[in-house]
Ligand binder design. Structure first.
Ligand SMILES: Cc1cc2nc3c(=O)[nH]c(=O)nc-3n(C[C@H](O)[C@H](O)[C@H](O)COP(=O)(O)OP(=O)(O)OC[C@H]3O[C@@H](n4cnc5c(N)ncnc54)[C@H](O)[C@@H]3O)c2cc1C
Length: 265
């Protein structure tokens, strides 16, 4: 079974400054990690390979230093890594990012399952997974919390998808793209053998030309999203502790206070 895991390198902290001129994150000097949700996708891919055989390939789109994310995935147990990197991708929004990743995956060849995290912890849109599926014209299931069964001969998969009030059991055909939630497994730590392999690992680097990307669909040109302004919201609400002997007394005080501030009639 050929499993592709799409992983994103993100800042290892939420305390990242924003460049007000370009509305982009200032990443220089900030420690980078694999997006935490993608760790669950890597783990699930390794478990699938352990059960069904095959190969786990991680793919990432990013600057040259994103190779470090692929090395960490190799240290965990992935077999191979592809870095899609080119200045032509700068300024990509989620549409252009998912197009670029889809073209890279196409170049990679045959695949049965593509796994992504449920969302990236910096961009947070959760759009890239479904975007890749759309570009590849394959089905997509979000928030997978368990892979129940894979029938390789029938080319079907049955999964549990997490919902607010329980879970759904869904079956779909292969190839398919699944985004996974953290409830799916417990990611393993890097093994000594894996670390040794990662040390000498060199990712296959693909440029815009290598993946035969249409220049109209990549980078700023392929990004219809316009970011007007990025800012950290200021917390302006004042806090007030309401005290009272009974719940009724406290509720009356809250209502009186709301009326006073004209928030209720
Ligand atoms: C107009 C605009 C311009 C932008 N310009 C830049 C820029 O110049 N530089 C920049 O760094 N960012 C830029 N961004 C942000 C960039 O588009 C997003 O970071 C990227 O598309 C991923 O979206 P997300 O973080 O919301 O991921 P989500 O959709 O939340 O991620 C879901 C899952 O998709 C996969 N995934 C997401 N991104 C990648 C990736 N790169 N490689 C592999 N797998 C991935 C992961 O499995 C992840 O868990 C820009 C965004 C906009 C809107």
């Amino acid at each position: 079974m050929n499993i592709v895991v799409s992983i994103k390198q993100v800042p290892g902290t939420t305390k990242v400054a924003i460049n007000p001129a370009t509305n982009t994150l200032i990443r220089a000097g900030v420690e980078a990690i694999i997006n935490p949700f993608d760790m669950y996708a890597i783990e699930e891919a390794i478990r699938l390979r352990e059960k069904f055989g095959g190969k786990v390939t991680c793919i990432t789109m990013g600057p040259p230093q994103a190779e470090e994310a692929l090395k960490s995935a190799i240290a965990m147990g992935a077999d191979d890594g592809i870095l899609i990197s080119d200045r032509a991708f700068a300024g990509s929004d989620t549409l252009a990012t998912s197009y670029t990743l889809a073209m890279g995956i196409k170049k990679f060849g045959q695949f049965d399952i593509i796994l992504t995290g449920k969302q990236a912890m910096d961009g947070d849109t959760a759009q890239v997974g479904p975007g890749i599926a759309q570009w590849l014209n394959i089905p997509f299931i979000a928030w997978v919390k368990k892979i129940e069964d894979v029938k390789e001969d029938a080319k079907t998969i049955r999964v549990e998808r997490m919902m607010d009030d329980g879970y759904e059991v869904l079956e779909g055909p292969l190839p398919i793209l699944l985004s996974v939630v953290k409830e799916i497994n417990e990611p393993r730590t890097e093994s000594l053998r894996g670390k040794m392999k990662a040390k000498n690992f060199k990712a296959t680097v693909l440029s815009a030309k290598d993946i035969e990307a249409d220049p109209d669909f990549i980078g700023l040109r392929g990004s219809p999203t316009i970011v007007n302004r990025v800012f950290v919201p200021v917390r302006s609400g004042k806090k007030e502790l309401v005290e009272g002997a009974t719940v009724e007394e406290k509720v009356s005080k809250v209502v009186a206070s709301l009326r006073e501030s004209k928030l209720v009639n």
